[in-house]
Design a protein around this ligand. Structure first.
Ligand SMILES: [Zn+2]
Length: 289
């Protein structure tokens, strides 16, 4: 065990010891083994990710999906708001739903003609498949008459940095790279989304993320996992590294899909989100093993 690993274990145990003071349930006898197991998992996952994914092009963040504890990270300026592209889409869906009794329109994506990234188009899409395929045409339609003000309640409810007051339409779905959000805030917003997965809006978003891993932009994550499914959302945004590339790819994955135990967020320099999913898949497979 390296010095870093030891510190992490103690941080985790410390968080557990302090938990009752924070109003959480007092651990029952026997829970120690669970805590010890979780600490071991966190320690080995952290070591493994640091050892095997050393490329400076890869940033990552691993959270315990149940407690929200930060298990491992290598991400400079985790707090600094940056463009995160389509990672915002599930929260757009929730904001729209709040204002429309959670009734979502159907839509036909004609590809380039409708401003979608997929030239041939996605054809008929509903809210879940629009999230699964990250269909820009669907979300352009959904946000056609939305402004920053429509997003404020959802942003507040999920702990996301609020958009500048002058954004509207495509700016809101990440197309113009104008809504800046801290990567850590975004990761935690996905944990909250998962906590609400039985509620209207969140239910559709989670269904879309399951589709993403099965046949959408997160397919490479789904393919990599042998023993469990995942909830995935990908995104592509303007690069914020010093050695600028056309864009950076982002992935948020919650595993296992039915009852997530951890959340992995990955950024890969210079590739689109669907390609970053290959890296996220490799990481998750190693953690799974
Ligand atoms: Zn589309």
């Amino acid at each position: 065990m390296g010095p870093i690993g030891k510190i992490e274990v103690w941080l985790l145990l410390g968080a557990w010891v302090l938990a009752p003071a924070a109003g959480r349930p007092v651990p029952v006898p026997g829970a120690e083994s669970t805590v010890a197991r979780n600490a071991l998992f966190a320690q080995s996952a952290a070591q493994l990710l640091r050892r095997e994914f050393q490329s400076r092009d890869v940033s990552f963040l691993l959270l315990d999906a149940r407690t929200g504890n930060l298990l491992a990270s290598r991400w400079d300026d985790l707090e600094r708001p940056i463009p995160l592209g389509s990672l915002i889409k599930p929260f757009i869906a929730l904001a729209y739903g709040e204002e429309h009794q959670f009734r979502y329109p159907a839509h036909v994506c004609k590809g380039e003609a409708g401003g979608c990234w997929l030239p041939r188009g996605h054809g008929e899409v509903d809210i879940a498949s629009a999230i699964g395929n990250s269909c820009n045409s669907y979300f352009r339609m959904l946000t056609a008459s939305m402004t920053s003000a429509d997003m404020v309640p959802a942003a507040r409810g999920f702990g996301l940095d609020a958009p500048d007051p002058d954004l509207s339409g495509p700016d809101l779905i990440g197309v113009g790279n104008r809504w800046l959000i801290s990567p850590e805030h975004m990761a935690r917003a996905y944990l909250e989304l998962n906590r609400r997965r039985d509620q209207p809006g969140a239910r559709e978003a989670v269904a879309g993320m399951a589709q993403s891993a099965q046949r959408g932009t997160g397919l490479e994550v789904g393919r990599a996992l042998k023993h469990s499914g995942a909830l995935v959302k990908t995104g592509t945004a303007a690069c914020t590294h010093h050695s600028g590339a056309p864009g950076d790819g982002f992935v948020v994955a919650l595993v296992p899909a039915e009852q997530p135990e951890f959340l992995l967020m990955v950024r890969v320099h210079g590739v689109p989100g669907a390609k970053a999913a290959v890296t996220a898949g490799l990481m998750l497979r190693r953690i799974e093993e």
